[in-house]
Design a protein around this ligand. Structure first.
Ligand code: SF4
Length: 354
């Protein structure tokens, strides 16, 4: 376990920076790290589709407006054919990956997931970025299979990479309060490290605004940094604030503001300076702040997503088109380039005219 010493000089310095450094100075420091990692004035984006294969979940996270309890009439599980159709629609607009995530549904057998991977690879081949660490821990516990084996079996069946969903704040006192039935810090990071060990690349997230302290956020970043220093397996990181509307525990709570977002993203870039890419979260913050985020450490404008059920369940519905994304990036002073999941650029000649 990577213990974080909150009394250390470094910790106190980072906290001081987060809370006290003038906003633009903090942005400049994050921007400098961005240019060290990406010397070209290019901002990337990806076209993908978020497919939530089920909304049935027994984790009962206090911040989630998406899930339905088992037996709820609004609960669903998508069929392979429905998932295949969504993939075809995604590919038709130039999509190069799906983000496949779902609730912790106790009624789906493990064979269903493995067969789904194979079905997609045979009938609708596309990069599968799927199953957050929380889902993998759920599979391990539900099916009584050691976690590394769950990762290995999914990988052998066709899983390409793992998203950083369900990370929220990686401090157990916070997780116990808002998401005590799902992966705690060690387990969540353990899946990431195991995936890296098996040669997969993953992303990592931070959702803040759950009543945690600024020190908790810094601890989260230091825990992520420790894993990255060992494995180099994280390709990208992104942060966003809780969207409280309609959630069991936070409905009516005021959203954190844009300055907090910019400061948090800047700290993420500075502390996790060895994670190559930082995505701006225009989906939660809107395009104006999304553009500003490109001067606060971000080098990627995230994705043109065809669906984002979890965020839109909480009432946040920023939407866009390819042309608009490219214009926004250009207006912010960068060249816009479409990328693959591994952040490699798609040659202009290979782009679908959409
Ligand atoms: S965030 Fe995920 S794990 Fe938590 S209740 Fe929602 S669907 Fe379930």
């Amino acid at each position: 376990m990577d213990n974080v010493d909150r009394g250390s000089a470094e910790f106190r310095e980072l906290l001081q920076m987060y809370e006290k450094m003038p906003l633009l100075e903090l942005g400049q420091q994050a921007d400098a790290v961005r240019w060290r990692n990406h010397p070209d004035p290019v901002v990337t984006y990806i076209i993908d589709r978020n497919i939530n294969y089920t909304n049935v979940c027994v984790a009962d996270c206090g911040f989630c407006a998406f899930y339905r309890r088992p037996k709820d009439r609004e609960g669903y599980v998508l069929s392979y054919e429905q998932i295949g159709l969504k993939i075809d629609e995604c590919k038709a607009i130039g999509g190069v990956q799906i983000l496949l995530q779902g609730g912790h549904n106790p009624y789906i057998p493990f064979a269903w997931y493995l067969e789904l991977m194979r079905y997609i690879k045979v009938h609708h081949p596309i990069h599968i970025h799927g199953f957050s660490p929380s889902e993998i821990v759920f599979f391990s516990e539900r099916f009584n299979i050691p976690m590394p084996e769950v990762v290995q079996q999914l990988r052998e069946a066709g899983l390409d990479s793992i998203p950083g969903g369900g990370g929220e704040i990686l401090v157990d006192s916070i997780r116990e309060r808002v998401a005590k039935k799902k992966a705690q810090t060690e387990e969540w990071l353990g899946v990431q490290e195991e995936a890296h060990r098996q040669g997969m690349r993953t992303s990592v997230t931070m959702m803040y605004g759950l009543g945690e302290s600024n020190a908790d956020r810094i601890e989260h970043l230091l825990r992520v940094r420790a894993v990255q220093r060992r494995t180099r397996g994280f390709t990208a990181t992104i942060c966003w604030p809780l969207q409280p509307e309609g959630t069991p525990m936070f409905d009516g709570v005021e959203k954190t503001d844009a300055v907090t977002y910019l400061r948090t993203q800047a700290m993420m870039r500075i502390v996790c300076d060895e994670i190559p890419s930082v995505q701006a979260s225009w989906v939660t913050m809107g395009h104006k702040i999304g553009q500003l985020a490109l001067r606060f450490g971000a080098n990627d404008y995230g994705s043109l997503m065809m669906e984002e059920n979890v965020v839109s369940s909480a009432g946040t519905t920023h939407r866009t088109t390819i042309g608009e994304i490219e214009r926004l990036i250009t207006d912010a002073g960068f060249g816009a380039r479409r990328r693959r999941q591994d952040y490699s650029l798609i040659p202009e000649g290979d782009l679908l005219a959409v």
